[in-house]
Write a protein that binds this ligand. Sequence first.
Ligand SMILES: Cc1cc2nc3c(=O)[nH]c(=O)nc-3n(C[C@H](O)[C@H](O)[C@H](O)COP(=O)(O)O)c2cc1C
Length: 357
Amino acid sequence: MSLIPGPLYRGLFRPILFSLDAETAHHLALSMLSMMPPLPVADDPPELRCSLWGLEFSNPIGLAAGMDKDAIAIGAWQSLGFGFAELGTITPRPQPGNPKPRVFRLPEHRALINRLGFPSEGMEAVAPRLEKVRRAGTRMRIALNFGPNTDTPVEKVAADYAALMARLAPLADFIVINVSSPNTPGLRNWQSPDRMRELFAAMEQVSTGSRRPPILLKVAPDLDDATLGAISDTAMALHVDGMVVCNTTLKRGEVGVTSAHEGGLSGHPLRDLARDRIASVYRRTQGRLPIIGVGGIMNADDALAHVKAGASLVELYTGLIYEGPGLIAAMKKELANLLRREGFRSISEAVGTATKV
Ligand SMILES: Cc1cc2nc3c(=O)[nH]c(=O)nc-3n(C[C@H](O)[C@H](O)[C@H](O)COP(=O)(O)O)c2cc1C
């Protein structure tokens, strides 16, 4: 079912939401979604089914991190038709994030700029919400995205990730280690082979009960080929389970945007850069490391192009702001059509077909 079809969203709901400050509109929409009763979700087209790390996904389209930082609207993401939702970034202790205003729309570019800086209710507030959802069961897969507190000294950052693992890993289908937000000073420095070894060594020490979920690393789009290559090699050597490519960009002119706002840019202008970074990781790892492709996906064509570049799953955030909640149902239908038209029997068959390894 399509919850608020695109034309109705663009003609009615979007003008109302866009008349509000971006963060106010976000909280309003999120609290409405969190109150929504669960809706029956139609079965997904069989071509969209896929399996990764021993987990079944009814479709490859996921909610990107940042939309539901405190895991308050999980039922709504399932009702909207997502195959998975990445919740967070969650920090160990609660923190308010950066001063407001800190989210800005660029409608002429179908883009956003944010410098939220991980506002989070903290892991102890999020855990009971996840426990409740786990007890009830979900068709959708749940990923948790972890980040350190802003006031954590650099020598304790690895311990922050370890604390999040210990508390929340048993509640997640998979984990995403976020070392790529541009809004937490020094965080992106963890995108280096030495720091990665330190981080993953700290997480190895953590006992997560009977099961250790897959762990993925989320990277920035602003890394050059050599650095991204070194990170990909290290990820393979450390048996990291996959990479999320990519977070928001600090670039402006190179992606055709002029704006005085500081922060990470997302949405349409990020699309080609994200696709290029996905292809770069796919080539370097010879398709052996699963990639979640994210950045600038606004429709099924964009999603399929990220898949063909090398992504096994995709995610979006900004597309939902511009196209509304009916986007996911519409995208799934169109994605299945595109696969049939192009002669692919399943989404997995299309992965990496546009990238030479
Ligand atoms: C307002 C906003 C907040 C975000 N917060 C997070 C976050 O907390 N953690 C994270 O890993 N990524 C965060 N992101 C980045 C998204 O997950 C995604 O990587 C990026 O927006 C590119 O996808 P898009 O073009 O579909 O939005 C945020 C993005 C936006 C727009």
